[in-house]
Design a protein around this ligand. Structure first.
Ligand code: SF4
Ligand code: SF4
Length: 441
């Protein structure tokens, strides 16, 4: 079915601004219900995809006004998009959900001083200013590396924090000593070039998993790709797009379109599922922007998740056998449901000699990370995390592979909290990079 093309804004209301056919697509069949984690938890229609779509449509029809209860419901939704995979009517829930949150923010119905402050500092502050984000990252690194974190925990100072912040503290990711620009050259050339690609280094990924970005470059080089990593790239804007900051998401998208020389690239590569899902939609984000619409379409055609790209060009199998390694694979929602990528990461893992892939029960069920859901809805997030950890442990694998920084942080925290046998969490591309390194000793 051809998707409706987004128009330039016609009204002030994001939901009323949608092509009406998007709102009409749901035929109330209920096939999405058993796949929706919030519905399965509460059993309430309003917590289901069908119930939420009905609320959105009522607002678009002018039968309901945007209220605090509506806003709370939109933020209780994980945005995991499991309903999209299940839906036989091809309902574009991702777009509905983004517009519903954007309207919630526009009408400011969730206005609370602490919420406003956190959003101003994060979404509108550090995540729109790469230099500031890195400065904050460096401070956090010093704090962690100097052992101050442990000192603060032992001193009981954390008890002075509000309960919500105290619960979040264990989720603080380890910041890398060196960020991506210290590990990756602006241009890196393979021995024999087959392709030229651009690399998105991300924001959270850059600070906490710059090693994964380096591994991604190594794997691309080993597969004949020259890699261009522009220094002036911005956060992709997925956090903004998924959290109601639609106009800021456009600003960030334009910055990235300016940063990459698209004509000279065969593909633009991302290794973070949440980013990829958003980056592929720059075309619809900027559809009403005369200056950027064409460029955004070219961009969306060229964006590839790293596993998707490697399978497309043919993965070179590493030549050196390794000690057997039992690996299980957790599917990040925005890779499997958001981008329909399920086979490629498995193909990548199966290409590694000595690796045994053990399938995970409910591999596509959300781990509870869901962008900043673990911050905004800690109770539900923790339930999902523990459910995921139980399934991971049941595989008896020693490594969990997953392709999204948020999932990896969430799962690592869950594994530590469950106090069982140690399991390492890695991006699939890091396992492949390690296998290539074995070739050179
Ligand atoms: S995005 Fe996830 S939580 Fe939200 S309605 Fe769909 S399945 Fe349910
Ligand atoms: S599966 Fe699709 S059409 Fe059916 S109720 Fe859910 S969203 Fe509506």
């Amino acid at each position: 079915m051809t998707k409706p093309v987004p128009q330039a804004r016609r009204t002030e209301n994001y939901l009323q601004d949608l092509d009406y056919s998007v709102l009409q697509q749901c035929m109330h069949c209920g096939m999405c219900l058993p796949t929706c984690p919030t519905y399965m938890e509460t059993g309430k229609e309003k917590n289901s995809p069908r119930g939420r779509i009905a609320l959105m449509r009522a607002i678009a029809d002018g039968e309901l006004s945007v209220s605090r209860a509506f806003g709370d419901e939109m933020y209780y939704c994980l945005g995991c998009l499991a309903c999209v995979t299940a839906c036989p009517a091809d309902v574009d829930y991702a777009r509905l959900f983004e517009m519903a949150r954007a309207e919630t923010e526009r009408q400011d119905v969730l206005n609370r001083p602490s919420r406003n402050l956190i959003r101003r500092l994060t979404l509108r502050g550090i995540f729109t200013r790469p230099r500031l984000l890195r400065a904050v990252g460096r401070l956090l690194y010093v704090y962690q590396a100097a052992g101050l974190e442990g000192l603060v925990r032992r001193s009981g100072l954390l008890r002075l924090l509000p309960k919500r912040l105290r619960e979040l503290e264990p989720l603080t990711p380890r910041v890398c000593r060196t960020f991506s620009d210290g590990l990756i050259g602006e241009v890196e050339k393979p021995v024999e070039r087959r392709y030229r690609v651009g690399l998105l280094t991300g924001c959270v990924q850059d600070l906490t998993f710059s090693d994964v970005n380096r591994d991604t470059v190594d794997v691309l080089l080993a597969n004949g790709c020259e890699v261009i990593t522009p220094r002036c790239q911005a956060c992709c804007g997925s956090l903004h797009g998924h959290n109601g900051e639609w106009e800021l998401a456009k600003v960030l998208a334009r910055r990235n379109l300016d940063a990459f020389d698209l004509d000279g690239l065969d593909a633009v590569i991302t290794n973070a599922a949440g980013c990829g899902s958003h980056l592929k939609h720059y075309d619809r984000l900027l559809a009403g922007d005369e200056r950027y619409a064409q460029r955004a379409r070219t961009w969306s055609n060229k964006v590839r998740d790293i596993s998707e790209w490697l399978v497309e060009i043919g993965i070179r199998r590493p030549q050196v056998a390794a000690t057997p390694l039992a690996v299980t694979y957790h599917e990040a929602c925005h890779l499997c449901h958001g981008q329909g990528i399920t086979r490629q990461p498995r193909d990548l893992l199966k290409a590694i000699p000595g690796l045994e892939l053990r399938e995970l029960k409910e591999s596509t069920w959300c781990c509870g990370s869901a962008g900043i859901y673990n911050i905004t809805q800690p109770a539900m997030s923790e339930k999902l995390r523990d459910r995921k950890v139980d399934h991971l442990r049941a595989t008896e694998a020693t490594v969990v592979a997953s392709a999204n920084p948020g999932c990896n942080i969430q799962i690592s925290a869950g594994l530590v909290a469950s106090k069982g046998r140690a399991m390492a969490v890695h991006h699939p591309v890091s396992l492949l990079a390690e296998a290539y390194r074995r070739e050179t000793g």
